[in-house]
Design a protein around this ligand. Sequence first.
Ligand code: PMP
Length: 435
Amino acid sequence: MKGSAIRELLKLTESPEIISFGGGMPAPEVFPVDAFRAATERVLLKQGKQALQYSATEGYRPLREWIAKKMATYGIESAPENVLITSGSQQALDLLGKVLINPGDLILTEKPTYLGALQAWRAYQAEFTTVPMDQDGLQVNLLEEALTAGPKFMYILPNFHNPGGVTLSLERRRKLIEFSDRYGVPIIEDDPYGELRYEGDHLPPLVVIDSEQCRNRPGRSIEKSSYYDESKPANGNGRAYMRGNVIYLSTFSKTLAPGLRLAWVVAPVEVIERCTVAKQGMDLHTATLNQLIAHEILTGGADGDDFLKGHVRLIRDVYRERRDVMLTAMERHFPPQVKWSYPAGGLFLWVTLPKYLDAAALLTEAVARKVAYVPGSAFHPAGDGHNTLRLNFSFCNPEKINEGISRLGEVFSEAIERHEGMSTEDAFSTLQATI
Ligand code: PMP
């Protein structure tokens, strides 16, 4: 395992005088501190001894039930047995790597993809094959060739991609599910941002489309195709029958607080059982106290189940404004050669500089001006994408966003001017060095 130069540089950006568009951090202003304080008190009063005790690896049963019910509102028909509580989605990625990856296995990802998944799976000696994205997400017309290379699974972020900022269209979701079924390659659907939509209509998760398409496909045996065996409803006897090609991940990190370290996997029972064994060896279980507090916030306050709904509405309003401030500032301050994605939700914007610029080299100049971002090569399994970068718009307030984007605009404009002032020969060798 090795660290990365970029991570070392980004550590410098943690100091308060730096305007950081680097991390994927929620706005601390929106953390529901009072709700946490009240819920913690209630938990300690009512269930103090249970809250401080070891607990089941699968997670606190009432929280698993709550999640199964919530998933049903999305159209994901799962039972509590289909739900595993994890210490953040990051742990779920690691668990799935531990369970599914043998050294040398090929994983298919979008290009670019989430850095944390690459980091987790490289430790299991995975290899990566990638398919590029455009403004509608993964280019499914390029998928077939990558699938013929025999990947073990696909890792897909359909909503408000980290780092790409784009959302997979409904038509492409359907095609992707068809390919997954035809080639027998399962999908890990990572959906931390699905609820943070700032405009447009909610699109069904891949896990739902998989259940619909596979259930209706003629010629598939029930055992293989039925995502949910209607003859044995997953209600009373604790047996769950969710089946399908998709493992779904989500988290409370962006809707409640990342410091909770609380997330979940929804998958067929066979997958949940193996991940549970893997989790036992990792941390025995996710913190009992945190699970009980989260459950209490979700169900026990005066607003009951509505707390999260109301809170997510607040987060959406704050982040929508910050996104718009950033987009307007970019229009104003970035030179015309710089392009960026338009995110309908989530926390990130993806920026593409002219091919001859190297975002990692420019980060040093940006940090000297006290502004930071993450260079895009970190999100490319093969280390390419030198002229790209990710900007986060949730963490800084509008004033800082305006100031930081103005400083970045100077860095990029000057770099472009320097390049345009070069002789053709110099420019050609710079281009060769950066592609
Ligand atoms: N997956 C993606 C795509 C993410 O962006 C993140 C958080 N940045 C995670 C997983 C990990 O989230 P958690 O805080 O739940 O571990």
